[in-house]
Design a protein. Structure first.
Ligand code: XMP
Length: 325
């Protein structure tokens, strides 16, 4: 890959440097795109959100954002994309709720790599279908960042749009391709994106799908989503948000016995995972204060339907991976 960050490029670590980067990119985008339309798969993650905000600043509603909800997003995520981009920034936003389509395809599939493949290829299909409905689109914007170029062949595999059908024949717009993650965040902040979008923890492309271990069922998926929301809420209250590298909940595909109102229950178990890492190749366990854990456990067992047990995973990486599958 010949693409290299220019040696003269300063590290963007101040609001002033971010502002001049934004100004340069807005001019460059206008010059590249002119009065044509640009398509963007907007996941709500940091990179695609910053690209969306930059393009909206440059070309407004010539940018067509497609937000595909695969049903495996965290609680409140699609709503936040609609609020921030659709309402506050008045973006040309197409929201596709493809939950049923994804969950139907995933029904009965327990192999983790098969699950990932289905989610990836279904994403491309849904996005390509939306792209074909749009007339006269020449450009595709992507949230490629510099580590993606350094680590792969420049195609951001987890964004899944690298595999779009050839006949769509787009020219790429990649305004943050020479930025490191911390620089993308500084730029996002200056573009007015909310902190919980700019500083969010890493979230895998297949989303909650890899945290609903084994074959995904709707009830277990809801237990993952609801328990994850409680965990994030309580971490924020305890001041752990932004301090712990990655934290989430997992629901394995087996039940265990409990007791409620004098009767035996046969319900799911939630596992909490909270790790610290630099680059995800290794990870250590966050020593969450016991009262915080206790509050989270009590909330999960009383608020999340179909759950009667909560465990805290103390396994570092290696030997355990961060995700369960
Ligand atoms: P593991 O589980 O391999 O995870 O220790 C390392 C980091 O990668 C994230 N992860 C993924 N990200 N697509 C992604 O975009 C995936 O399929 C995927 N699997 C794991 C994981 O959340 C962690 O940050």
């Amino acid at each position: 890959m010949s693409e290299k960050r220019p040696e003269t490029m300063k590290r963007i670590n101040t609001p002033e440097l971010a502002d001049s980067f934004i100004e340069e990119q807005v001019a460059a985008i206008k010059a590249q795109v002119k009065d044509e339309k640009v398509l963007l798969a907007l996941s709500g993650g940091v990179d695609s959100s910053v690209v969306a905000a930059l393009l909206i600043k440059a070309i407004g509603r010539q940018l067509v954002c497609v937000h595909v909800n695969h049903g495996l997003l965290r609680k409140g995520e699609p709503e936040q994309v609609i609020e921030v981009f659709g309402k506050q920034m008045n973006a040309n936003l197409i929201y596709v709720d493809a939950t049923d389509r994804f969950l139907d395809k995933l029904a009965g599939v327990s192999d983790p790599e098969k699950k990932r493949k289905i989610i990836g290829s279904e994403f491309i299909d849904v996005f390509a279908e939306e792209a074909k409905k749009q007339e006269g689109i020449r450009f595709l914007a992507q949230g490629t960042i510099y580590p993606d170029i350094l680590e792969s062949d420049g195609v951001k595999a987890h964004h899944n749009v690298g595999g779009l059908p050839e006949e769509l024949n787009f020219e790429l717009v990649e305004p943050v391709k020479f930025l490191y993650k911390d620089e993308v965040r500084v730029v996002g902040k200056r573009l007015g994106l909310p902190d919980n979008m700019v500083y969010r923890q890493p979230f895998p492309g297949p989303g909650l799908g890899v945290r609903c271990v084994g074959a995904i069922t709707r009830d277990r998926l809801e237990a993952v989503r609801e328990s994850d929301a409680i965990l994030r809420e309580e971490f924020a209250i305890a001041g752990l948000e932004g301090k712990v590298w990655q934290y989430f909940t997992v629901v394995p595909p087996f039940t265990s016995t409990g007791i409620k109102n004098g009767k035996r229950t046969d319900d799911w178990m939630v596992i909490i995972r909270a790790v610290n890492s630099i680059d995800a190749t290794s990870a250590t366990i966050e020593e969450v204060p016991y009262p915080v854990l206790n509050k989270i456990v009590n909330r999960i067992i009383s608020e999340v339907k179909g759950v009667n047990r909560v465990a805290y995973d103390l396994s570092p990486k290696p030997i355990a991976t961060i995700e369960f599958e």
